[in-house]
Ligand binder design. Structure first.
Ligand SMILES: [Mg+2]
Length: 273
């Protein structure tokens, strides 16, 4: 049995250690160490991650014939008059078609779009497991595949190209074995009104195609107004509560026309409160 005085000293030392570990209110968070980030490590190393990606794409692939055949079906809420239109699927790009986990593990924080663009230009992209087989099967079944990404068009000093990022993105998709005509790749800011709210681009595709599937890793790849930042046509900031409500509102689509891949590394979920 330790004397009371020794116990008091030990308790005081424990308290001091706890105070030292806890950041002061308002202080900057401890430095992020990517190599210790469980989300990044999971995507990089876990067989579970790759198994889920394959599961998502296999389920989507198995659902293709039914959605092609049922011309009354659309995965776009509100598209109810598309019987005569050819079928299309809409895929996001990052963490849906190409994996950026190696970029996430190495880039110097904070994130900037040009850092991803530079990295993508210098490394051969790796595919999300299952995506190439899915795209090949969809195309062989007569389905047009669109790639709608929020990689933005940004001017680069010394370049006349208004959207040099488009070439990088097309190249990244080709590097994972999916050949693509650039006209099916739609970047944020590529045309007036094509902002980070993807609904605008989805609606444009739905004017001439029956959209039978949406595939992505972010809530915003499916649901409008999923972001903290307010972008037209949204009029208010998304919150955790508004997203939970949307999850319910569109319950019929998850796994039935909408296929979401896991991404614990980044996304619109990180900024909403
Ligand atoms: Mg993505």
């Amino acid at each position: 049995m330790l004397p009371t005085r020794v116990l008091s000293v030990l308790a005081a030392l424990l308290l001091l250690a706890a105070c030292a570990a806890a950041p002061a209110p308002g202080a900057a968070p401890a430095t992020h160490v990517p190599a210790q980030d469980m989300g990044l490590l999971w995507v990089k190393h876990a067989a579970e991650y790759r198994a889920i990606a394959r599961q998502v794409y296999r389920n989507a692939e198995m659902a293709l014939p039914g959605y092609i055949q049922d011309t009354s079906w659309s995965a776009m809420p509100g598209q109810d008059d598309a019987e005569g239109l050819p079928p299309a699927v809409i895929l996001d790009v990052d963490e849906t078609v190409v994996s950026n986990v190696d970029f996430q593990l190495t880039f110097e924080r904070p994130f900037a779009n040009h850092k991803l663009d530079d990295w993508s230009s210098n490394y051969v992209s790796l595919p999300i497991p299952g995506v190439k087989h899915f795209v090949d099967t969809a195309r062989a079944s007569g389905v047009t595949v669109f790639f709608v990404t929020n990689r933005p068009c940004e001017h680069i000093e010394g370049s006349d190209d208004p959207c040099p990022q488009k070439g990088t993105t097309v190249e990244d998709i080709r590097e994972v074995g999916i050949d693509v005509d650039p006209k099916y790749v739609m970047l944020s800011g590529e045309r007036p009104g094509w902002d980070r709210e993807k609904l605008v681009r989805r609606k444009l595709i739905a004017q001439t195609y029956r959209v039978i599937m949406l595939i992505g890793d972010d809530f915003g790849d499916f649901v409008p107004c999923a972001r903290k930042k307010v972008v037209a046509p949204c009029s208010s900031s998304a919150t955790r509560a508004s997203r939970a409500k949307a999850l319910q509102k569109y319950a019929r689509y998850w796994g039935a026309g909408w296929y979401i891949l896991p991404n614990p590394m980044h996304g619109s979920w990180t900024s909403v409160r």
